[in-house]
Design a protein around this ligand. Structure first.
Ligand code: CS2
Ligand code: MG
Length: 403
């Protein structure tokens, strides 16, 4: 029975910041967990190093559930993005260790494969509709079965999801938050045009997705949902800020466009009402931000009762460790929907060697024991942390808005 002998927090920045926990057992077995909270990385690094790691030493590494409960109930101050990312990192590392000791990939410990692989979606974006369609055709040519479409908004200098680089999108772009401007009216005019052009160019045998990124009021989200119905989106995501879970009832009353939400959720309590009232179709919570494999599996099980499927977050600010963990869970659960796959840069992939591979529109986690991912600490040390913030967003009159 492996006991936890030590654990260290590794902060590295191969093009963007990542926080990784490495747990080392007395028999030499190691496990890794992702603890990256974009724009607030050092808060989680300290929570882990200063408050969690001392409590782990000497514990039985196999007691994943007990350690989860100890870190959740024992903290007194429950939930929230910092606490749950820290718990998630410990949880991922312990599942990694358990798989390595058992000689099995983690998905086998979660009940075995329920499918051949995890369908993923790529990110096509561009300043104009034409640029976005060209990017989408490129993804379709690579074999993607699902593609997210994000384009610039005429008259606006910038908007969410449109990157300067063709493949890589990194929104945490400055030492202090850059200020973006937003116009809902201009945005609501361009998205239906984008989808009409996309269906014209890409046809109907590809899933098309869109991320609203928390920017509409409920009735505006209902308007967008209705306007996009003729183009059959796979989903619109984060249509309205989701602290008010009831707001989704209003959207639901007006449109059949599928709704996805939850990448910023940190526990089952953030989405319980949404799921039980069938106000959403996909839950976007992910292993990193929602307490690890252990808690994300609970969320997926609740969702399964109500025909809600998973559509886990998978942006570049979730490291390959989270991608690997999400794929093991996604391969095993009955109600997997889709996995976001925003490719990491070559520098990031070098720091985090991993076994997951893309083929035929899907990712598979591979069959190495554990999670099948690690961190190259020598390479990691060559990329020191540098403070980087996500942008903030204002309406054209200066009113603060959701980014
Ligand atoms: C986005 C993310 O991938 C998505 O769906 O919402 O890129 C999000 O903006 C970042 O993860 C924030 O750090
Ligand atoms: Mg999103």
């Amino acid at each position: 029975m492996p006991k936890i002998a030590s654990a260290r927090v590794i902060v590295t920045s191969p093009g963007r910041n990542f926080v990784t926990l490495k747990v080392v057992c007395d028999d030499g077995t190691t496990g890794v967990g992702d603890a990256t909270l974009n724009g607030r990385e050092l808060a989680v690094a300290s929570y882990l190093a200063d408050h969690v790691v001392p409590c782990l030493i000497g514990r039985d590494a196999h007691r994943i559930e007990d350690i989860w409960q100890y870190l959740y109930k024992g903290a007194y101050w429950r939930r929230g993005p910092v606490t749950m990312a820290a718990i998630a990192a410990v949880d991922m590392a312990l599942w990694d260790i358990k798989g390595k000791v058992a000689g099995l990939p983690v998905y086998q410990l979660l009940g075995g494969a329920s499918r051949a692989g995890c369908m993923v979606y790529g990110h096509a974006n561009g300043e104009t509709i034409a640029d976005t369609i060209a990017a989408a055709l490129d993804y379709q040519g690579q074999g993607y079965k699902a593609i997210r479409l994000q384009c610039g908004v005429p008259g606006m200098a910038s908007t969410y999801g449109v990157s300067k680089d063709k493949y890589f999108y990194e929104p945490a772009d400055a030492e202090l938050p850059t200020e973006n401007l937003w116009s809902t009216a201009k945005y609501l005019r361009v998205v239906p045009e984008l989808f009409a052009a996309a269906r014209e160019a890409l046809g109907w045998d590809v899933h098309l997705l869109h991320d609203v990124h928390h920017r509409l009021t409920p009735i505006e989200a209902a308007r967008l949902g209705k306007d996009l119905e003729p183009y059959r989106p796979f989903w619109i995501e984060d249509a309205t800020p989701a602290e008010d879970q009831e707001a989704f009832r209003l959207i639901r009353q007006h449109t059949t466009t599928p709704l996805a939400v939850g990448e910023i959720f940190s526990s089952i309590w953030d989405c319980k009402a949404l799921i039980e009232n069938r106000l959403i179709d996909y839950i976007r919570a992910t292993v990193l931000h929602a307490g690890g494999i252990t808690h994300m599996r609970q969320i997926a099980s609740l969702a399964d009762l109500y025909h809600v499927r998973t559509g886990c977050h998978g942006a570049t600010d979730l490291s390959p460790v989270t991608m690997a963990a999400a794929l093991h869970l996604g391969l095993a659960i009955p109600n997997f929907g889709i996995q976001e796959y925003m490719r990491h840069s070559d520098d990031t992939d070098a720091v985090f060697p991993h076994g997951y591979r893309f083929a035929d529109g899907m990712l598979h986690p591979g069959d190495a024991p554990g999670l099948g991912v690690d961190i190259d600490e020598r390479l990691a040390a060559a990329h020191p942390y540098r403070r980087a913030y996500l942008p903030v967003n204002r309406l054209e009159d200066g009113t603060m808005w959701s980014w």
